[in-house]
Write a protein that binds this ligand. Structure first.
Ligand SMILES: [Zn+2]
Length: 102
């Protein structure tokens, strides 16, 4: 998956694959570490599966960075690709970007 700068036009997030503006939210994933670079927990919320939690090792690739992140999984109505709108803490700053799922 590649991270891309977020594209916001008049407050609307666009698909990083085709630029379409009709995205459907399908799942929310929260990754929280107990400390910087430490292990932590993932909480996933979706209509189909409800709420699920699991422990994550410190090197789990689900973590976006060294701290916490929130990812909203989106499905594009036009090209059907999945992407993620990600809010991630990095060195005290908060970054927002899109990541296209492969
Ligand atoms: Zn698309």
């Amino acid at each position: 998956m590649k991270a891309q700068p977020i594209e916001i036009e008049q407050g609307m997030v666009q698909c990083p694959n085709c630029g379409g503006g009709h995205l459907h939210q399908t799942e929310v994933m929260v990754h929280q570490r107990y400390g910087e670079d430490s292990n932590g927990v993932e909480t996933r919320v979706s209509q189909d599966n409800g709420i699920a939690r699991r422990q994550l090792a410190a090197d789990d690739p689900r973590f976006e960075g060294r701290r916490d992140d929130v990812a909203v999984r989106l499905t594009c109505e036009q090209c059907l690709h999945h992407s993620r709108l990600i809010v991630m803490q990095h060195k005290g700053q908060t970054h927002v970007y899109m990541r296209l799922e492969e």
